[in-house]
Design a protein around this ligand. Structure first.
Ligand code: C2E
Ligand code: CA
Ligand code: CA
Length: 526
């Protein structure tokens, strides 16, 4: 645009010069025709004015050169202004870190693309990085920036010519593809992007690994306009994340429905917490090899008036995302402490807490407030956290962990073996207990490799002075093996499924039953 203006201005200057020259030529012709120059010649020779005319000519020449110089300077200044304008425009339209288009530029580009390709296939890809945050947290922002720049470079290489790539913010990228032949071709591009972004990235002496999940929206398929396309691609991406990351999904209308259902559940959950519809269920934990009941893990259940008993997977993520998890969790602990008041005083309670709760500076105080309110002793309480709680802010985690342990509360690392850097966290933080994830426990009797791995975990835990619980024990085969390996505690359907308070009361009265593969069915409550 700026260069167009410049060409126009140059042409008009040239036109002005031509006009002036034409006027001069016309004056000269008229002078010849009227014989004015002859008279002028005679006068000049008669009066000896030739030197004066020469002087005038040189002065005129000087004036012309001066004006030419001025005009050149003016043009240079204009050029500089135009380029500064273009640069300013580029800054407002590009991401400063990666140099890709920014959101504004992308939206304009997509809107223009949709207008051009109205009846064809204009395609928007929303690319969300997987596992980027842990890299930022563990290796620092310089590593994070380098990863983002590498992603931008790889996107440029792998996207077909004519694509528009953008960074929308954080670890979210987008691309508009040129018209391609059908969904298969688009799917191939998406697979290419995922493969390119999943390749390791070298940083100092480490190899960093991220991944990508992609949502795809096509123009014409109930989507028109950039914002609508981005929203649709976002829904598809969200679905991809739910289905297991590192994958891509095309937008479908049903995804919008699902989101509406989620919004409804979210508003119902608010009311449910206030109405006390979220109740603690209890799953027995037994000592090994004695198989005696030592306490219960508290597991949240939503007793929904229309939909029956809802499992944590259906509402805990919503509570976490909307910030309701704190309120839900303290309420659950309050109920559990009251329920446990009537049980023998050696029985313990284990409470699951969400990662962001552990980052809350007031978390330990809030727990203490509930313990004081219900009179439940701190040494009977255990808090279970998963590794995702640790990667957010190690220092905040350490502070909460120490405050809780100072109160006498024990801390267990849950789902051990499923996180991405378990050993690092075991070195950095002082836990009391490890809970071996049930994905390992289930496969002990199926694979020798798995059995060796669980054996190694148990040895590692005991060498660090940690107590070990095996989760998800379903068969007496696994149980016998775990007892043989010296695992301290066991939990699983073999001893009992999560159960309501009245069922837990009965369980406490009856003591831990003789373990059998059928025990789960008898005690199943949820
Ligand atoms: P988790 O902490 O790993 O809890 C154990 C889960 O495994 C429970 O699922 C339990 O029912 C299930 N389980 C136990 N034994 C067996 C077994 O032998 N076989 C099989 N297949 N499953 C077994 P549940 O109750 O659906 O809870 C799922 C997850 O939801 C929990 O995993 C925990 O991470 C989370 N959760 C539950 N209650 C709360 C809560 O109050 N707050 C938070 N933040 N998370 C919670
Ligand atoms: Ca747990
Ligand atoms: Ca677990």
């Amino acid at each position: 645009m700026a260069s167009g203006k410049r060409v126009g201005r140059g042409a008009s200057e040239f036109y002005d010069l031509l006009c002036l020259m034409m006027i001069g030529v016309c004056g000269w012709l008229a002078g010849i025709q009227l014989g004015a120059f002859r008279t002028l010649d005679t006068i000049m020779i008669d009066h000896g004015l030739t030197e004066l005319v020469m002087l005038g000519c040189f002065v005129g020449l000087g004036a012309i050169v001066a004006s030419l110089h001025k005009s050149l300077r003016l043009r240079r200044a204009l050029r500089e202004r135009d380029s500064a304008e273009a640069q300013a425009l580029s800054v407002t339209r590009h991401d400063a870190l990666t140099g890709l288009a920014n959101r504004r530029c992308f939206v304009e580009g997509v809107d223009a693309g949709f207008r051009r390709e109205a009846e064809k296939t204009a395609t928007v890809l929303l690319i969300d990085l997987d596992r980027f945050k842990p890299i930022n947290d563990l290796y620092g922002h310089a590593a994070g920036d380098m990863v983002l720049c590498t992603v931008a470079e790889r996107l440029k290489q792998v996207l077909p010519p004519g694509s528009l790539a953008a960074r929308l913010g954080g670890d979210e990228f987008a691309a508009m593809l040129p018209p391609l032949a059908g969904r298969e071709a688009i799917a191939r591009v998406a697979q290419g992007v995922i493969a390119a972004l999943s390749a390791p990235i070298s940083w100092q002496k480490s190899e960093l690994k991220i991944g990508a999940t992609i949502g795809i929206a096509l123009a014409g398929e109930s989507v028109s306009g950039a914002e609508a396309a981005l929203h649709a691609a976002d829904l598809a991406m969200y679905q991809g994340k739910k289905d297991g990351r590192g994958t891509f999904r095309f937008f479908e209308n049903a995804m919008g429905e699902e989101l509406r259902a989620r919004a409804l559940l979210e508003s119902e959950l608010r009311g449910a917490i206030l109405a006390g519809q979220i109740e603690p269920f209890y799953q027995p934990v037994v000592s090994l090899p004695g198989r005696e009941l030592i306490g219960f893990e508290v597991l949240a259940r939503w007793l929904h008036p229309e939909r029956g008993v809802l499992l944590p997977s259906e509402f805990i993520p919503i509570a976490e995302e909307t910030g309701m998890i704190g309120e839900l969790s303290y309420d659950l602990l309050r109920q559990a402490c009251r329920d446990a008041a009537a049980w023998p005083s050696h029985l313990q309670l284990a409470l699951n807490v969400a990662p962001q709760q552990f980052q809350d500076h007031w978390f330990a105080e809030q727990i203490l407030a509930v313990l004081n309110e219900t009179g439940f002793p701190a040494h009977r309480l255990e808090i279970e956290i998963t590794e995702s709680a640790l990667i957010q802010d190690l220092e905040a985690t350490r502070a909460t962990l120490t405050s809780l342990q100072n109160l006498g509360v024990r801390i267990a690392l849950d789902d051990f073996g499923t996180g991405y850097s378990s050993l690092y966290h075991l070195r950095e933080l002082k836990f009391d207990k490890l809970k071996i994830d049930r994905s390992y426990v289930n496969s002990i009797t199926m694979s020798d490799e798995r059995a060796k791995l669980v054996d190694a975990i148990i040895k590692l835990g005991s060498s660090l002075g940690l107590v070990m619980t095996a989760e998800g024990i379903e068969t007496s085969g696994s149980l016998d093996w775990l007892e043989g390996q010296g695992c301290d505690f066991g939990q699983g359907y073999l001893f009992g499924k999560p159960m309501s308070k009245p069922e837990a009361d009965m369980y406490v009265e009856g003591g831990a039953p003789e373990a059998s593969d059928g025990a789960a069915a008898g005690r199943a409550a949820a």
